[in-house]
Write a protein that binds this ligand. Structure first.
Ligand SMILES: [Fe+2]
Length: 558
């Protein structure tokens, strides 16, 4: 059975994937191909890439599944929120809500668009509830037979948070907290208040939080520990169309974007992260209690909060945790594509997702052709892992483009910028010269899975950089540039059989330096999507302060 999954909510992160008999063949977010960050348009390029990769014609697809359905009740739910004062009537919110109502009809136009672009198919479009698609996207890839499944996002068609119970391939709905009682909305409003882009820059608030102190009380905006949690939306949004007016009335003026960060901003960031962690711990406790299950699966944009995820595990609330690496809406296509397996009470195929290398690969000939086109002088490496390891050991900042591109927001050794984590100045060097991003944002380590317990307090499998762990105190000075100010790190544990080339690079770096750990950050400039093609990589390489580029077997040095 061939299924095509699509995320197209018209909000952000459109994507597509293609599966054969429940196995993912290919998945990519539209932004990587269109080069528009968080692209929300119909994922035409992503769908074309799926069909090309799988060598499948549209008429051969059995199901086309879109992870967004807009029931009439969603609009009625919004109206009820306005009427009861839970959601203040402001033009922006009303416009959004009306847009959702209208998009009930647009769903059909999306389907028509597919047929116009790609021709006839065996069956008609299928619309999958957004939270169900998120829930499948984590449970079916966790490898757990039995798991509590939490979906936490800004909003689905009408949902904010939901709990599901996965058992032997069956997934049952337990409860849903309707929007606007939403952790994603809470975090996004404060992200905006702190001068960053809501629903995009939440990372920045999370990174800033450890620099703050516990001096700001947010309990009038959120009660994180009143099971499950309560967000006071009417205070967050204020009474007029200014998005953060309610917060400003209580905490002072909003930070002007790009202006200086002061102690007040740091303390607000601390309080926001602390409240979110509190609510997520409360939810994890409730999920375990309700399902009687100590395996936890997470998805939804809020589940990208690696700090909170790590805390759920380190505080012993659960035994094992799986977070879908594409936890935000890009990953919804994975869940949507599996939804037909639940038809007539059917079972989901449950597999352990060991890697996220599901995107396009660049053939060696294409790399060579592109280098020739741009007249870039390159040498051929007999062993790119050894060459890269030596460059890193020499203190070079390296672009590393190999194999299939990662699916999800993290670069995991396919489209990465790598550097030496031992150099205490490297964090600032990469931030200033390459990424052009804020000074406080931490970099993450990739380390051999075999040495995780030597470097980390709670050594656990962390192949997707989505769980924060504490670096052992005696190792903090050895890898200072990937240890955050609070002693934490967001590690990627690299297994030899999952990514042999990347494993060998780190191993070779370890052989030269005694430290089998590299600094790994995504290969992109600030505000741009991660590079996909050789052209993207060359353009980014020459627009930044990187020293060398290892792409396939080719090495370019400045
Ligand atoms: Fe979502």
């Amino acid at each position: 059975m061939i299924t095509l999954g699509i995320n197209y909510s018209q909000m952000h992160d459109s994507s597509a994937c293609i599966m054969r008999d429940g196995e993912v063949l290919f998945a990519v977010a539209e932004e990587r191909l269109s080069r528009t960050k968080h692209d929300a348009r119909f994922p035409e390029l992503a769908i074309r890439a799926c069909l090309d990769f799988a060598q499948v014609r549209p008429e051969e697809i059995d199901f086309i599944c879109q992870g967004w359905s807009v029931p009439r009740t969603a609009y009625l739910h919004d109206l009820k929120c306005f009427a009861t004062g839970r959601q203040p009537v402001n033009p922006r919110a009303l416009l959004n809500s009306t847009r959702h109502f209208v998009s009930m009809w647009h769903q059909r136009s999306g389907e028509n668009r597919f047929h116009r672009l790609f021709g006839p198919t065996k069956r008609s479009f299928r619309f999958v509830d957004h939270h169900l698609a998120h829930a499948i996207s984590t449970y079916a890839f966790s490898g757990f037979d039995n798991a509590a499944v939490l979906v936490l996002d800004g909003r689905g068609a009408w949902e904010a948070t939901s709990l599901w119970h996965g058992r032997n391939g069956f997934l049952d709905h337990v409860w849903t907290i309707p929007w606007p009682n939403s952790l994603g909305l809470f975090y996004a409003q404060f992200t905006d208040y702190l001068g960053f882009q809501a629903y995009s820059d939440e990372w920045k608030v999370m990174g800033l939080a450890p620099y703050g102190e516990p001096s700001v009380n947010l309990r009038e905006f959120i009660i994180p520990d009143d099971s499950p949690y309560r967000v006071a939306t009417h205070r967050l949004l204020g009474k007029d169309s200014a998005p953060t007016a309610g917060i400003e009335a209580r905490l002072g003026p909003r930070r002007i974007p790009e202006s200086e960060i002061d102690a007040r901003h740091k303390n607000v960031a601390f309080a926001v992260q602390d409240s979110c962690e509190g609510a997520m711990l409360t939810l994890a406790r409730a999920a375990v209690e309700k399902t009687g299950c100590r395996n936890l699966c997470l998805a939804g944009g809020v589940a990208l909060n690696s700090k909170a995820n790590g805390k759920i595990l380190s505080e012993g609330l659960v035994d094992r945790i799986f977070v879908q690496p594409a936890a935000s809406d890009d990953g919804v296509c994975l869940g949507a594509a599996l939804a037909p397996y639940m038809d007539s009470g059917g079972k989901l195929p449950v597999r352990k997702m060991r890697h996220a290398y599901l995107g396009p690969e660049i053939p060696e000939e294409e790399i060579e052709k592109t280098l020739r086109t741009y007249k870039v002088r390159a040498t051929r490496a007999s062993d790119p892992a050894q060459t890269a390891a030596q460059l890193l050991a020499d203190g070079k900042i390296l672009g590393w483009v190999q194999g299939r591109m990662e699916f999800g927001p993290r670069a995991l050794g396919s489209r990465s910028i790598l550097a030496d984590p031992r150099d205490p100045e490297m964090n600032a060097k990469v931030n200033n010269a390459v990424k052009f991003r804020e000074w406080w944002r931490p970099f993450a380590p990739s380390l051999l899975a075999e040495v995780a317990s030597e470097y980390l307090e709670s050594a656990t499998d962390s192949p997707f950089m989505i769980l924060t762990a504490q670096v052992k105190p005696e190792k903090r000075s050895i890898i200072p540039s990937v240890t955050h100010v609070d002693g934490s790190a967001r590690p990627q544990t690299v297994e030899r059989d999952v990514n042999p080339l990347y494993w060998r690079l780190i191993h070779e770096f370890g052989a030269r330096t005694g430290v089998p750990v590299v600094m790994n950050t995504s290969f992109n400039l600030r505000g741009e999507p991660i590079v996909c093609t050789p052209t993207d990589a060359i353009r980014t390489f020459f627009s930044s302060g990187m020293d060398a580029l290892v792409m396939g077997n080719f090495v370019v040095e400045k």
